[in-house]
Every structure is written in structure tokens, then in C-alpha cells.
Ligand binder design. Structure first.
Ligand code: ADP
Ligand code: MG
Length: 365
């Protein structure tokens, strides 16, 4: 048996200063990234930020320009894709249209010269895992989009690769189907113990699925962490805005952890910067309270604003408030604490220092 024969375990993946250049375009710029054995790692970022290129370098579909790439501690940059023991699912199903479901799922086993009885058992198991045990005789065109994508998943995992790579596999499906397949992918990950590297531009999907998320921006990784770490402690305005909603109060640092926001002194519990630096105080919309009573400012952090509009969402209400510097911030009031704030009204916005972080101002905001 050769070293790349399938073994049912999750491999580690190590990227060091991994780089891809296309002429003058740097698609991936010297990134460092580790996937732990059996981890669900998501590459999240806007379109064009380098996610697919990174995934394709791991898979071997794209040559590495520079840097190191290892799977289970073994350099693989010079190995062809089929010797990396990797399964891959793409956004578009890429099933063989002239083969049945069974034929599609069996294909990688035939390529690997697995015997007939073994093939039948493995195909049956894979189809069971994705809930399609009764669909083996169908042709791809006789299946819905969600079912076709399950077949693609069964085909990618049938030979028990130690890494499964998925590039926006739910991107072509409608929201309801996406939600149910997300849960299914999460369950399958738990059952297989395989390392998953999953690409998406959908923050909610990343939060639902991932053990850890690497946030891509402009060919680099901005931050890597668990969903909670990224949501609670974003290190940049980009990450704060990309993962969930954020309200930004722009100002200038005075004392450490204190920011002058339009003449109001605001204290933040986290982050700091040099005196005089232009920064943003970042607060999650659900952590801001509106005080509608006019008059003296409330104690603690309080910034004045004028309500633009509100949007009722059933279990919450979103309120848009314009600050004196024309920044618009968002406040999310939960069902039990919806205020009387109405469009045109002058209000105070208050928040605890513990819920506020000072981050470097981002030129793009
Ligand atoms: P993402 O998957 O995050 O949307 P990609 O990895 O596809 O981003 O692309 C990253 C950058 O590399 C983009 O600017 C894209 O235009 C460029 N790029 C990707 N593939 C090629 C290619 N084959 N030739 C030239 N430029 C490419
Ligand atoms: Mg892509």
C-alpha cells in the first residue's frame, strides 16, 4: 500500500507564507494557517479575497508560487491532486450527467481500483450518510439541487479522504435548503472525524458550522479564531463589520481607553491606541441602549444622535441613528426593551465600557 492510501482520520494542514501570484495580481499573499486534525475550519471573506485560490492550492488544482504547504507534516506542493488524499465539493454539483447516483459515488472507488463488493458497501454507506440510500438508480437530472449536492458530498467522502475541501457548496441553493444542509454537513463532520476546510462568504454559515474561522481580506488573513472570539473580540473594524453588525463611533484617543467622540468622552473596556490616534469605538448594536428622555446626558458613555428610522423585525427592532458627524449607527432593541424612539427624535445612545472596544480606524469606513 502506498502512503496516500485512504485512512479514515483527519489530517493536519499547515500553510506557511503560502503565496499565489498571477502576473502582477497577488491572489494569496504569504498566509500562515493551520487546520488541526478533525477540525472544521472555514475560510470566510468577501469575493476576490483569495479563499478559492487558497483552497485550490491545498487541493493541488493551483500551483503554489511561494511558501510551504504540508498535509500531516508532509510537503505536498509537488504532489498531484489525486495523491493528496483529499475530497472536494464545488459550488456547482459537477456530477457526471450520464451516470446514475451510484455510478457517480462509485467513480472515485473505481479509479482507486477498489473491488466490487467493497465498492458496493462503501457507496451504500456514503449514500446513507447523506440520506440518499433510496436514490442510487436515479440520474442527476432527476434530483433537486440539494440532492445533487448531497451526491457530490457522498462522492467526495466515499474513499474516506483525510481532508474534505468545500468551496461554497451551498451557494447555489435557496435559503431554506441551505439552512438544512448546513446542519447536515455539521452532523456529517462530527460523524467522520475528517478535517473540513470550508469556503464561504456567508458570515452566518461560517458561525453555524465552524470550529474556527479565518477571515480573509485582500489576499491576507485578518484574524483567525473561534466564532465567539471573532464576534466578541474582533481585532479590526473589517472583522467587526464582516462578522455580524457593528456600530462605530469615530473619535480621537485621549487617555488610554478613552476616546473623544464629537466632544463626548467615551470609555472602552478593550483595545487601546496612542494618544491622538484616529480610532473607532466598536459596539455591537444589541449592546447599545437608547435613552429617549431629553435633557442632561445620562451617566457613563453617552453619545447624542437623531433617529432616522426603525424597522420592526418581530422579535427585535432595528433603529438607525445619525450621529452629529453624520455617521449612521445601528441599535438593536430586543422585544422586551423596545423604546418610544421615533424618527426625527433626538436621543442619547449609551453603552457599557465592557461592551466597547477601541480599534484602529479603517480607511475604508
Ligand atoms: P475568492 O474565492 O475569495 O472570491 P479568489 O481566490 O477566486 O477569491 O481570487 C482572488 C484574486 O485572484 C482575485 O483578484 C481574482 O481575480 C484573482 N484570480 C483568481 N484566479 C485567477 C486566475 N486564474 N488568473 C488571474 N487572476 C486570478
Ligand atoms: Mg471563491
Amino acid at each position: 500500500m502506498s502512503a496516500d492510501t485512504a485512512t479514515p482520520h483527519g489530517a493536519s494542514i499547515t500553510l506557511r507564507r503560502l503565496t499565489k501570484r498571477y502576473g502582477s495580481v497577488t491572489a494569496v499573499d504569504a498566509i500562515d494557517l493551520d487546520a488541526r486534525p478533525g477540525e472544521f475550519l472555514t475560510l470566510l471573506g468577501p469575493s476576490g479575497s483569495g479563499k478559492t485560490t487558497t483552497l485550490n492550492m491545498i487541493a493541488g488544482f493551483v500551483d503554489v508560487t511561494d511558501g510551504d504547504l504540508q498535509i500531516d507534516g508532509r510537503p505536498v506542493a509537488d504532489l498531484p491532486p489525486y495523491r493528496r488524499n483529499i475530497g472536494m465539493v464545488f459550488q456547482h454539483y459537477a456530477l457526471f450527467p450520464h451516470m446514475t447516483v451510484t455510478g457517480n459515488v462509485e467513480y472515485p472507488l473505481r479509479q482507486r481500483k477498489i473491488g466490487k463488493a467493497d465498492r458496493a458497501a462503501k457507496v451504500a454507506a456514503a449514500l446513507r450518510t447523506v440520506g440518499l440510500q433510496d436514490y442510487g438508480k436515479r440520474m442527476p437530472k432527476e434530483l433537486s439541487g440539494g440532492q445533487q449536492q448531497r451526491v457530490a458530498l457522498a462522492r467526495a467522502m466515499v474513499y474516506e479522504p483525510s481532508v474534505l475541501l468545500m468551496d461554497e457548496p451551498l451557494g447555489a441553493l435557496d435559503k431554506k435548503l441551505r439552512d438544512s444542509l448546513q446542519l447536515e454537513i455539521k452532523r456529517i463532520h462530527g460523524e467522520l472525524g475528517t478535517t473540513f476546510v470550508y469556503v464561504t462568504h456567508d458570515q452566518d454559515e461560517a458561525l453555524v458550522l465552524s470550529d474556527r474561522i479565518a477571515v480573509f481580506n485582500n489576499a491576507r488573513i485578518e484574524q483567525i479564531g473561534t466564532p465567539t472570539e471573532l464576534y466578541e473580540h474582533p481585532k479590526s473594524v473589517f472583522v467587526a463589520r464582516f462578522l455580524g453588525e457593528s456600530s462605530l463611533f469615530h473619535g480621537t484617543v485621549g487617555d488610554p481607553r478613552t476616546v473623544d467622540v464629537g466632544g463626548r468622552r467615551v470609555v472602552a473596556g478593550r483595545g487601546d491606541a496612542d494618544a491622538g490616534a484616529a480610532v473607532a469605538v466598536v459596539v455591537r448594536p444589541e449592546r447599545i441602549r437608547i435613552v429617549v428622555d431629553p435633557g442632561a446626558p445620562p451617566a457613563g458613555n453617552a453619545v447624542p444622535g437623531r433617529v432616522i428610522q426603525h424597522i420592526y423585525l418581530g422579535n427585535s427592532r432595528k433603529v438607525e441613528v445619525r450621529l452629529p458627524d453624520d455617521t449612521v449607527v445601528l441599535v438593536r432593541e430586543s422585544a422586551g426593551s423596545i423604546t418610544r424612539a421615533e424618527p426625527g427624535q433626538d436621543v442619547w445612545l449609551t453603552f457599557d465600557p465592557d461592551n466597547a472596544a477601541i480599534l484602529p480606524a479603517d480607511a475604508t469606513n
